[in-house]
Design a binder for this molecule. Structure first.
Ligand code: MLT
Length: 266
């Protein structure tokens, strides 16, 4: 029986999503290559209990203050450490020593707004170069239409996010037969852009506006750290307002449906 091809859509920046309802009940892949995807992945890999993305710096501060010291305030504003926060958004800050067992209350310029807009998605995962193969395998198994949401940079197209999305599309099309997927112009364009940079991702990072801005601030190491393809076999999932690995959610007793008693209610 002929199966219906799956549609891959793509938004170049979260600002294209004017209402969270656009993503309601959809499958969403959030990509913020420099640097939120990488810092969140690294934090979870190094033992962070969970990550709470927030709408604003004030909201993050409120949650952090009410956490009785269990939470770390993490993130950046225009790539710089936010006053009063514990960690900025450099990958090396998310070491086991700093994050193991802690709740990371997070706010970043484009990454967390992208996640917040995905809160009504039926499935929302976080992707980057660092966990690409795991994301490809997950989407192959999911076998449904999905939307790639590039964080972008202040409402503009982001070279690094789009090239990463292009790698995802290209790998999936290689993984499966090409006609399994219908691509929109934006997802096809991302795949074509990836083919231009696939042999030198670091060059792409240094060509990008945000990459150059990070270098100018002394965060050049982050370009290397965020370009490490398939470093982690980890799939961060956003569910009920928090981000954990898909395995952590699967083993969370609170999320297991309560067995309905077979006794009839008298
Ligand atoms: C963002 O959210 O725009 C990025 O993560 C910014 C950064 O970390 O430099």
């Amino acid at each position: 029986m002929e199966t219906k091809p799956l549609k891959i859509s793509l938004f170049f920046a979260h600002d294209y999503i004017e209402s969270e309802l656009i993503l309601k009940d959809k499958n969403v892949v959030v990509i913020d290559v420099l640097r939120t995807s990488a810092t969140m992945l690294t934090g979870l890999n190094n033992g962070a209990k969970e990550i709470i993305p927030t709408e604003s710096i004030a909201a993050a501060g409120m949650i952090g203050r009410n956490s009785e010291g269990h939470a770390l305030l993490c993130g950046e504003k225009n790539a710089k450490l936010i006053e009063g926060f514990n960690l900025g958004n450099s990958v090396k800050e998310y070491s086991e020593e700093n994050v193991k067992g802690r709740i990371l209350v997070f706010h970043s310029t484009n990454g967390t707004p992208s996640l917040m807009k995905s809160k009504f998605a039926s499935n929302c995962i976080l992707a980057s170069f660092l966990n690409m193969e795991r994301v490809v395998n997950y989407l192959h198994e999911l076998n449904e239409d999905f939307i790639v949401l590039c964080a972008g940079k202040n409402g503009e197209f982001s070279l690094e996010d789009t090239v990463c999305a292009g790698m995802l599309v290209s790998r999936l099309r290689k993984h499966d037969s090409k006609n399994k997927y219908i691509l929109t112009d934006s997802s096809l364009g991302a795949a074509m852009l990836y083919s231009a940079y696939k042999n030198d991702l670091l060059k792409m990072m240094n060509d990008s506006e945000h990459g150059q801005y990070l270098v100018s601030l002394g965060f050049g190491d982050d370009l290397f750290a965020c370009a490490e393809v398939d470093k982690y076999n980890l799939l961060p999932v956003l569910k009920n307002g928090v981000i954990k690995s898909i395995e952590a959610f699967a083993s969370d007793p609170k999320l297991k449906m309560k067995k309905v008693s077979q006794k009839s209610v008298s």
